[in-house]
Write a protein that binds this ligand. Structure first.
Ligand code: NAP
Length: 286
């Protein structure tokens, strides 16, 4: 099985390369293929003879999307349509990553794959547009929604990841205020990558929720980071209104891995265990 991995130097892309070691993987960065360039994407993926097109690219600076909607739709929707067309022509499976932000957060119990999306921001709308194009037109696809990703490689586009931002602020002894009114499931990219690899050889195509288990607010997550890293931090809870960010976020975006559980494929651990593993994995000497 030949796998073309788009977004290879992203945090999920990095961990997928490790998780997919037993496959024939061609890692592709933005320098190799800009996914918005249809002709180039077609030429490169055809040349590889991809059986699987695994797309981890996105324009996901959520607040910047509010002021750059064209770019958001170009990368998160139009480019996805390009990949659908190319994958269909190659008879390849398309694997694409979407987001918990497709939901409005008005629920009080975890969203399943059958829950109705209602996005609140440009980013979330553009990601839902990508989802709808896949669901309408792709012949063989795994469409995977995840939440709150962090990985050892960090996201260049977002300037690292939440865990490292917290640790850096605490190391500088800065006062840290973190929102305590958005409930999520932070998800380690190693776990997401391993879960994708578990599902990939099956023909159980369609939509999947894939996050670590459990849930917490961003404040509770930050508190756990400092506990597990044994760091002192001047941490206090705040509310979303304090930061007045341009993009509206869902207050509750916990996803249930319902389909994985139905199929007996769920291997996701609790977010706190995943965080402990991350802190161990990233420490020097490993
Ligand atoms: N991060 C989260 O909290 C989160 C939550 C839920 C879902 N997701 C989804 O999960 C996926 C992976 O996220 P991640 O955190 O691993 O992101 P990431 O670390 O920022 O990686 C994204 C990769 O996409 C590449 N890219 C962006 N635009 C491109 C373009 N036009 N052409 C080619 N490559 C392009 C980036 O390249 P450069 O490094 O050159 O910019 C980067 O390597 C995304 O689809 C995202 O929407 C993320």
């Amino acid at each position: 099985m030949k796998i073309a991995l788009l977004g290879a130097n992203g945090q999920l892309g990095h961990d997928l390369q490790i998780a997919l070691q037993s496959y024939d993987v061609t890692p592709l960065t933005r320098n190799d293929v800009d996914v918005t360039d249809f002709a180039r994407a077609r030429a490169v993926l055809t040349d590889i003879g991809a059986d699987v097109v695994l797309n981890t690219t996105a324009y996901h600076r959520v607040d910047d999307c509010e002021t750059h909607p064209e770019l958001a739709y170009q990368v998160n929707a139009s480019a996805v349509l390009n990949l659908v067309r190319i994958a269909n022509d190659l008879d390849a499976v398309l694997v694409h990553i979407s987001t918990d932000y497709v939901f409005d957060g008005s629920a009080q119990t975890p969203y399943t794959e059958t829950s109705e999306p209602f996005p609140l921001s440009v980013y979330a709308n553009s990601k839902l547009a990508g989802e709808l194009l896949i669901r309408a037109m792709s012949r063989k696809y795994f469409l995977i929604r995840s939440c709150g990703l962090y990985g050892v490689a960090g996201s260049r586009g977002k300037g690292g990841n939440f865990v490292e931002t917290m640790i850096a602020k605490a190391s500088r002894h800065e006062p840290i205020q973190v929102v305590n009114d958005q409930i999520v499931t932070p998800t380690y990219t190693v776990d997401l990558a391993d879960q994708i690899v578990r599902v990939l050889p099956t023909t159980q195509y369609g939509l999947f929720h894939m996050t670590n288990e459990g849930s917490c607010t961003w404040y509770e997550f930050a508190k756990s980071i400092f506990e597990l890293a044994a760091m002192d931090a001047d941490l206090s809870p705040t509310t979303s209104t304090f930061y007045k960010l341009p993009a509206k976020r869902p207050q509750y975006s916990v996803l249930e891995n319902a389909r994985l559980k139905e199929l007996g494929l769920n291997q996701m651990r609790h977010w706190r265990d995943a965080l402990a593993a991350y802190l161990k994995d990233k420490s020097p000497g490993r």
